[in-house]
Design a protein around this ligand. Structure first.
Ligand SMILES: Nc1ncnc2c1ncn2[C@@H]1O[C@H](COP(=O)(O)OP(=O)(O)OP(=O)(O)O)[C@@H](O)[C@H]1O
Length: 281
């Protein structure tokens, strides 16, 4: 368990077309407390993955700094485990070997095996340790990837739309799984998602990001007891509150992407403050 401190972080990319630079966001300051589950939510292109990659040390900020505990981030490190949308398993290795491969520099073979087995048990994959990736469902592959990240015993788990490519039933199952893992391991989790409902189900706090200019719009504390029910009035109220802000942000993105083709009436019909939108942005 460690604290993640993001201080006045800015990210600028060179803009190849216009021969200048493009600022994704600036002045992002956020503290994720030890053991806290925080989601980054926002429209496509607002910089959620970019911010997560900066915390992971896979990308560098243009200004500001990120600390995990007292340590300033300079690159990737074993104190941060990352889970992406695609599990990226090695197809020629079985499940157990995929996890032990990540541990090969950290511990001896026998120890690595025991360690990997422990985490595969935690994600309920004990029965599939000797299966190969092509024999697994998408949800199972993601569970291997979570076990692989956890086996390094990171202080912080960074998850970039880990369930974004899965079907609804598998996603629901993994929501329960990730809550169980979080409670068992007490990890600090930073979680990127497009999905409002997913963010309310899982998070202690939701950081709503916007675009043009990119940055944090609002931080919501989710003060609902777990397990949370999407049908409860408090859940629906929060979902609608988040959607009302997000709808404005999505409209800004659409206007910019569509230019003269943008039709605000049609857009509000398509992307209005409909709570089912939570699953489709
Ligand atoms: N390597 C790069 N070079 C130039 N621009 C980039 C690069 N990576 C990302 N961007 C731009 O930065 C912006 C933010 O991208 P990012 O992927 O972080 O957004 P996002 O909120 O995670 O989007 P999505 O939800 O669609 O994944 C986008 O406009 C993207 O085109």
């Amino acid at each position: 368990m460690e604290r993640v401190v993001i201080e006045e972080v800015e990210k600028t990319f060179p803009n190849k077309e216009k021969d200048g630079s493009f600022t994704v966001f600036k002045d992002i300051s956020l503290t994720v407390n030890p053991g806290e589950f925080v989601s980054l939510l926002g429209p496509s292109g607002c910089g959620k993955s970019t911010l997560l990659n900066i915390v992971a040390g896979l990308d560098q900020s243009s200004a500001g700094e990120v600390k995990v505990g007292d340590k300033k981030i300079k690159g990737p490190g074993s104190d941060r485990g990352v889970v992406f949308q695609e599990a990226a398993l090695m197809p020629w290795l079985n499940v157990l070997e995929n996890v032990t491969f990540a541990l090969r520099k950290k511990m001896k073979k026998e120890e690595a095996k025991k360690h990997a087995e422990k985490y595969l048990k935690l994600v309920h994959l004990s029965k599939f340790m000797h299966s190969y990736p092509h024999e697994l469902s998408g949800g199972m592959k993601q569970r291997v990837s979570i076990a692989r990240a956890l086996s390094m015993d990171p202080a912080v788990l960074l998850m970039d739309e880990p369930f974004g490519a899965l079907d609804e039933q598998t996603r629901m199952m993994l929501h329960r799984e990730v809550q169980f893992i979080w409670q068992e391991t007490q990890k600090t989790i930073l979680f990127v998602t497009h999905n409002i409902r997913e963010s309310i189900l899982l998070s202690d706090r939701i950081v709503l990001m916007g675009t043009r200019p990119g940055g944090i719009r609002k931080i919501f504390t989710v003060d609902l007891p777990r397990p949370r029910k999407p049908s409860s009035p408090e859940f629906i109220k929060l979902e609608e509150e988040i959607m009302s802000i997000l709808a404005g942000e999505i409209e800004k993105v659409m206007k910019e992407e569509m230019g003269d083709d943008f039709n605000s009436k049609k857009a509000s019909l398509l992307y209005g403050t409909d709570r089912n939108m939570g699953n489709h942005i």
